[in-house]
Design a protein around this ligand. Structure first.
Ligand SMILES: [Zn+2]
Length: 87
């Protein structure tokens, strides 16, 4: 992945995410558009898993390094896909 554009303020504690800091994202995957970030957190606030998950959406917690308004070196911490939903 080339990186995902994101904000620079933690959604939870309002801490400013500095250039080069690790940060977390909650993002939804679209086949054509790639990851669409919904929330941004500092690493302290980033949850361990997708919660609450959205029914029918392919979504994930992503962790990377904030660099020039983008998150680089992204790793998927947790991912929730519709296929994994249990009845
Ligand atoms: Zn925070």
């Amino acid at each position: 992945m080339n990186g995902v554009g994101t904000g620079h303020i933690c959604d939870s504690c309002n801490k400013r995410i500095q250039h080069g800091d690790k940060a977390g994202l909650y993002a939804t995957w679209y086949d054509e558009g790639g990851w669409t970030p919904r929330r941004t957190w500092c690493l302290d606030c980033c949850p361990e898993s997708v919660y609450p998950s959205t029914e029918g959406a392919d979504e994930a917690i992503l962790v990377g390094v904030f660099f020039s308004h983008r998150l680089a070196g992204i790793r998927v911490r947790d991912r929730s896909t519709p296929e994994e939903e249990r009845c």
